[in-house]
Write a protein that binds this ligand. Structure first.
Ligand SMILES: Cc1cc2nc3c(=O)[nH]c(=O)nc-3n(C[C@H](O)[C@H](O)[C@H](O)COP(=O)(O)O)c2cc1C
Length: 210
């Protein structure tokens, strides 16, 4: 076992920062948003997750205030679409640094579908999507209290879209939808197989939480 403080790793042994290589797999927050001028944005964020289930809150972190965060903060809304194996190339294309106002949907050849409760569109071909309203914005600080530039946007889920073709016995069939997740370096994972485990007594709620 080797130990090191992350800022002083042996760059001969570890040329690439292993941090993102061990915080894995990260669900991809494929975030779409619209600013007040009506410009549409879509980009992937792997510092994304659900943080609470009552109410349902998700968050994504932008390492600097990029368009997804800026538009979501400005409009108070964003949509999330599930990135899947079938959409992997398009997802990657939407991370291109396009000039503000140029839609990544068009650039990646993705069709939009309207949301019901918010203005931002979602990815039409994605099997799952969520409509979110911004609840909090956190400017992330480091140990010294200094600003890192990181911005976490929290949003409460106010609507969900599920493609009924992926519903099986009342559950969303993950192995059929094949979501992709971000790992370290240039690596990704794809969920094609799941397994089940029952929680021990007192191990949380009984309806599939956490
Ligand atoms: C799979 C994937 C995950 C990413 N995750 C993040 C992330 O968590 N935070 C971040 O700041 N950028 C992340 N990026 C980079 C942004 O997608 C990229 O900077 C993009 O141009 C931002 O677009 P925007 O300015 O339109 O929001 C990721 C890129 C990819 C391909």
């Amino acid at each position: 076992m080797i130990f090191f403080e992350p800022e002083s790793r042996d760059r001969g042994l570890l040329p690439w920062d292993p941090f993102k290589g061990v915080v894995v797999p990260r669900p991809i927050g494929w975030v779409s948003s619209v600013n007040k001028a009506g410009q549409v944005n879509l980009a992937p964020y792997s510092f994304f997750n659900g943080v609470l289930s009552r109410p349902r809150i998700v968050s994504f972190c932008s390492e600097t205030e990029k368009d997804a965060a800026a538009f979501a903060i400005e409009s108070g809304e964003f949509a999330w679409s599930m990135a899947t194996w079938a959409l992997r190339e398009q997802m990657n294309a939407t991370s291109a640094g396009l000039p503000r106002g140029e839609s990544e949907f068009a650039y990646a050849g993705l069709a939009t579908a309207p949301c019901r409760l918010i203005r931002a569109p979602r990815v039409a071909d994605s099997p799952a999507a969520m409509e979110c309203r911004v609840t909090q914005v956190l400017r992330v600080r480091d140990l010294e209290g200094g600003e890192t530039g990181g911005v976490v946007v929290y949003g409460q889920v106010i609507g969900m879209h599920l493609d009924e073709r992926y519903l099986k016995a009342g559950r969303f069939d993950l192995a059929a939808a094949r979501p992709i997740a971000r790992c370290g370096y240039d690596e990704y994972a794809v969920i094609e197989q799941v397994f089940t485990m029952t929680r021990p007594e007192g191990g949380g709620n009984a309806h599939g939480g956490g």
